[in-house]
Design a protein around this ligand. Structure first.
Ligand SMILES: NC(=O)c1ccc[n+]([C@@H]2O[C@H](COP(=O)([O-])OP(=O)(O)OC[C@H]3O[C@@H](n4cnc5c(N)ncnc54)[C@H](OP(=O)(O)O)[C@@H]3O)[C@@H](O)[C@H]2O)c1
Length: 312
């Protein structure tokens, strides 16, 4: 089967021909139809999970949709022919989703694809959708909230902007200027240029009494600390890149670190909320498997521009 993989950490990923895996006890063999890309995928190839056992060649990718092709002994939840999606990450790390087939224990974060959801949309949801949903819950974003999202034009932003807007929040999208039209379409009410050194002051000028919530998807510690000054006392800020620093958190505000704990329940909650608000999953582009190495390199360079899905 065709797969995008590496034979050692930090090697450039490439298209390989690998043997089709076989479902062991409690496992599903899945014919992948679509694989959602995340910056995390490049980090795994660099060894970010190296304290866990790995299997080489290490096939990239954790998110996918596909069809159960065969089941191993003892499988109870799924049958051949079921359409499933989710985060397929499990130990040993390396049976990834940038491949025509993968195997996954039935008890990791995979679920049936609800009717009406395409494989491409389903594959886009897991990591970014669950992270966005978890962050909005932890920031208590609701109908009266004003929320700034920094790095809003990427994968997580593609879920956080429309979900927050659908909840009735006022959304300030902070991103590169070129992403403005897309952010408006996703539901942002105000835009700020993340590359402008004055964006924090510009938001403060518009919201002199402070904003309720901040979701920061890209800033380092100094940048996150500066953005936290936008919050009014009692406000909450969240980082997905581990940039919270208690020594720099302004008094009276709460800074939380999002550390995604994926689960079927969380996956189904975000999918249900998208459906309840009639939100289309925003997939920016689809690519064939052979273009995945190039797209991974773009992600590593911090240029991703929305959600990319590999179509097999
Ligand atoms: N802690 C957790 O549990 C968890 C879970 C999921 C993800 N994450 C992490 O959260 C981060 C965001 O995830 P994502 O899926 O949204 O990533 P993404 O799709 O790559 O989006 C990142 C966003 O930040 C922008 N950006 C990055 N570097 C920039 C720079 N130097 N200048 C201007 N804009 C910049 C990108 O702009 P462009 O679109 O213009 O490139 C994009 O809008 C990633 O680092 C990811 O690994 C953490």
């Amino acid at each position: 089967m065709r797969a995008v993989a590496v034979t050692a950490f930090r090697e450039a990923p490439r298209l390989m021909n690998l043997p089709r895996p076989i479902a062991g006890p409690g496992e599903l063999l899945v014919a992948i139809t679509a694989a959602g890309m995340n910056p995390f995928d490049a980090k795994v190839l660099e060894g970010i999970l190296k304290e866990r056992p790995h299997k080489f060649p290490l096939v990239a990718g954790v998110d996918a949709a596909g069809v159960v092709d065969a089941v191993g002994p003892g499988v109870e939840r799924f049958r051949p022919g079921d359409r499933i999606y989710g985060q397929f990450l499990h130990t040993p790390v390396g049976r990834g989703t940038y491949a025509e087939y993968t195997t996954v224990p039935e008890n990791v974060g995979v679920a049936r694809i609800p009717d009406g959801l395409s494989d491409i949309q389903a594959a886009a949801i897991p990591t970014a959708g669950m992270t966005a949903y978890d962050a909005l819950e932890r920031l208590a974003v609701g109908s009266r909230s004003t929320l700034a999202i920094v790095g809003a034009s990427g994968g997580i932003g593609s879920f956080a902007v429309p979900l927050a807007s659908a909840r009735g929040a006022r959304v300030i999208g902070v991103a590169r200027v070129g992403a403005g039209r897309r952010l408006r379409t996703l539901g942002a009410h105000e835009l700020q240029d993340v590359a402008s050194p004055g964006w924090v002051e510009a938001v403060r000028g518009e919201h002199p009494d402070g904003i309720d919530a901040l979701l920061d998807l890209m800033s380092d510690r100094a940048g996150f600390a500066r953005a936290l000054t936008l919050l009014h006392p009692g406000g909450r800020g969240a980082t997905t890149v581990y940039a919270a620093d208690p020594a720099r958190t302004p008094p009276g505000v709460t800074a939380v670190t999002i550390d995604l704990q994926p689960s079927v329940e969380l996956l189904e909650r975000v999918t249900a909320e998208l459906a309840r608000h009639h939100l289309e999953v925003a997939v920016e582009r689809t690519i064939p498997l052979e273009r995945a190495p190039e797209a991974l390199a773009e992600m590593r360079a911090g240029r991703s521009s929305g959600k990319t899905v590999i179509v097999l």
